[in-house]
Design a protein around this ligand. Structure first.
Ligand code: NAP
Length: 215
């Protein structure tokens, strides 16, 4: 399905659950990354943020996943009222540690990170595990168009990137780890994103608890 087609998502999720009623896990993985600079001019190697670019990145990375979440939760609560199910979102270490060339990407991943935390709190008395997957740098199509430019601007060589197969195996292992309450661990992360999310939980966790939010 096209996650940008917000109007079609409820029907498409209904169709998926009708066709495959045993669905017990949904991983919201879709994402786009666009290099943007609000000061760009014609000579710039980074694009000026057009409304189309901004809308595409926010709809794909944030609005779509939040609408999809509602549709999936409605089904899980009917099809698996007390049996375990998984709703996972793929965010990014760049949602916690921003990089200057990706203003909308970092904003959407940061927002999706907070959304995931809040959703997990709202669903704490249900059988649904809400999980955030924070990948390290993985060798995919995400940045093929701009990886060289980013590396140049960061003053280093293009990083290697973990092979997809290796990373997927690692995520599957991560999804097998459960917490005290029997739910799947909150954050499936390694490397820099793991360090960033642990630092964030440690720093902000006590203040969040005052607002009855568990990180
Ligand atoms: N690679 C990394 O280092 C890295 C690091 C942190 C986070 N992430 C996140 O990981 C996720 C997967 O990205 P990737 O690295 O695998 O990049 P990718 O190779 O470019 O894959 C992006 C995926 O998103 C899908 N997608 C894009 N727009 C969509 C839309 N409108 N509707 C439905 N699907 C759409 C693509 O589907 P099609 O193939 O059908 O276009 C593709 O499956 C993203 O959320 C990304 O932000 C990646």
């Amino acid at each position: 399905m096209d996650i940008q087609d917000l109007g079609a998502l409820p029907r498409q999720i209904d169709e998926a659950f009708t066709k495959f009623p045993a669905i017990d896990a949904v991983i919201v993985n879709a994402g786009v990354q666009i290099l943007l600079d609000y000061t760009a001019d014609n000579a710039s190697t980074i694009g000026y943020p057009t409304t189309a670019d901004i809308t595409k990145e926010i709809t794909t990375n944030l609005t779509g996943p939040t609408v999809l979440a509602r549709c999936v939760i409605e089904h899980f609560r009917v099809s698996r009222p007390s049996q375990a199910s998984l709703l996972a979102f793929v965010t990014s270490g760049l949602g916690l540690v921003p990089v200057t060339m990706l203003p909308i990407y970092c904003a959407t991943k940061s927002a999706l990170h907070y959304f995931t935390v809040i959703l997990r709190n709202q669903l704490k008395n249900t059988a649904i595990s809400v999980v955030e997957i924070l990948p390290p740098y993985v060798k995919t199509e995400l940045d093929v168009a701009h990886a060289d430019e980013m590396a140049k601007r960061l003053g280093g060589k293009k990083p290697q990137g973990m092979p997809v197969k290796e990373y997927v195996a690692s995520v599957v292992r991560g999804l097998e780890v459960t917490e005290m309450d029997g739910k799947i661990q909150k954050y499936v992360a390694e490397g820099m994103p793991r360090a960033a999310v642990e630092a964030w939980v440690q720093a902000v966790g006590p203040m969040a608890r005052m607002l009855h939010t568990d990180l």
